[in-house]
Design a protein around this ligand. Structure first.
Ligand SMILES: NC(=O)c1ccc[n+]([C@@H]2O[C@H](COP(=O)([O-])OP(=O)(O)OC[C@H]3O[C@@H](n4cnc5c(N)ncnc54)[C@H](OP(=O)(O)O)[C@@H]3O)[C@@H](O)[C@H]2O)c1
Length: 355
């Protein structure tokens, strides 16, 4: 299968290329960069220079996609990953679909169902709202059957992947609602902010430091609430605080719920065990196990555990993913696998790189 990556030298684009290098039957034929078009991919990403199929690839300008197809239709990808900045996919998606390729979009541009939500949460008008209804939210645990038939997959955000998988069994039983607030306290490694330079993400600003950011109003909040409300058939009250942790990769979510509004703990444990028994990429951890980011590094796994705090009458759910893997690249490749009729796990590692 021929695939392309737009935004190939960014963090998620290069992570997608890393995963694709181990996916049987995959030929990456188009990689793009606006600023480095014409340069060799292997020179820009030395970590990938040993991949035989990548050695002769040159970066191309994403403005030339139409010309690339016209010149050599046989080389043109059947599917593209859009690993680009927010808003860029609003312009790219109509073009790529018109060129006959499927799209796995890693931005937030097609994750929210209503265009009216974009000015509030993404501070912009949506310029391709006609594609929002068609886009399928790419969390296989919820939308696997629709993803298989999709032409446009909105790959979930990293924090939403972790939080939604923490809460999905409860949401599906309509156990979350407006009268039981959900408090999501989350932490991310610095690669979550992408590769472009910014002062708050300099080593000297991040190392030996710990801080929340976008304490109110992070754009991932409506994405979580939307999917959980759809799963449960009713709206919920969800608050989300992200924090920056001085490490490269990894997301941890601790979610707090009022246990008095929920069934007894043994029933909840059974509910999670049953819901995730057939989900190969969600590992529901046994009693007392504490999920750690190092156990999922580089993999598509999400590890989830429940804790009861009887004294406080609270339930705590702890979950972890790798933001660049399950939060981006491996989930994107799982979605490619589904849209192309392959096994969901084709090419995905089953062991984390630890230490
Ligand atoms: N980092 C994460 O953990 C993570 C997880 C999940 C989702 N995401 C989402 O994935 C997307 C990419 O994130 P990232 O971390 O990979 O960012 P990044 O490291 O900054 O890379 C983004 C790439 O997009 C390209 N780009 C930007 N604007 C473009 C445009 N208008 N047209 C074509 N290419 C454009 C840039 O490449 P050139 O300048 O070379 O063209 C850049 O290399 C973002 O929307 C982000 O929110 C990120």
């Amino acid at each position: 299968m021929k695939v392309g990556v737009v935004g190939a030298i960014g963090y998620t684009g290069s992570a997608v290329l890393g995963v694709l290098s181990g996916r049987p039957g995959t030929e990456v034929t188009v990689v793009t960069s606006r600023g480095d078009a014409g340069r060799r991919l292997a020179d820009m990403l030395p970590q990938l220079s040993g991949v035989p199929g990548y050695r002769d690839l040159a970066l191309e300008d994403p403005a030339d996609l139409e010309k690339i197809k016209e010149k050599d239709p046989a080389r043109f990808p059947e599917a593209f990953f859009l690993a680009v900045s927010h808003r860029a996919s609003m312009a790219l998606v109509p073009r790529v679909l018109a060129l006959g390729a499927k799209v796995i979009d890693l931005t937030g541009d097609f994750r929210l169902k209503s265009p009216l939500m974009y000015p509030e949460w993404y501070k912009c008008e949506h310029t391709a709202p006609e594609f929002l209804a068609e886009a399928v939210y790419g969390l296989p645990e919820i939308h696997r059957a629709e993803i298989r038939k999709a032409r446009l997959v909105a790959n979930p955000g990293c924090y939403p992947t972790c939080v939604i998988l923490s809460l999905l069994p409860l949401a599906e039983k309509s156990l979350l609602g407006p009268d039981s607030p959900v408090v999501c306290d989350c932490k991310s490694g610095v690669s979550g902010a992408g590769r472009s330079a910014s002062v708050p993400n300099l080593f000297a600003e991040v190392a030996e430091n710990f801080r929340p950011y976008k304490v109110v109003g992070h754009a991932h909040t409506p994405e979580m609430a939307q999917q959980l409300a759809l799963a449960g058939g009713k709206p919920l009250r969800l608050t989300f605080t992200p924090h920056l942790v001085p490490m490269n990769r990894g997301i941890e979510a601790t979610v707090y719920l009022d246990a008095e509004k929920l069934p007894p703990y043994p029933e909840l444990r059974d509910l999670y065990e049953e819901r995730y028994a057939s989900e190969r990429f969600v590992r529901f951890r046994g009693e007392g196990a504490v999920p750690e980011t190092a156990d999922v590094r580089g993999t598509n796994f999400c590890d989830v555990a429940l804790f009861r705090d009887e004294a406080a009458g609270m339930l705590k759910i702890v979950s972890v993913i790798d933001n660049l893997a399950r939060g981006a690249a491996t989930q994107a490749v799982a979605n490619l696998n589904l849209v192309s009729g392959e096994d969901e796990g084709l090419g995905l590692a089953s062991a984390a790189l630890r230490p």
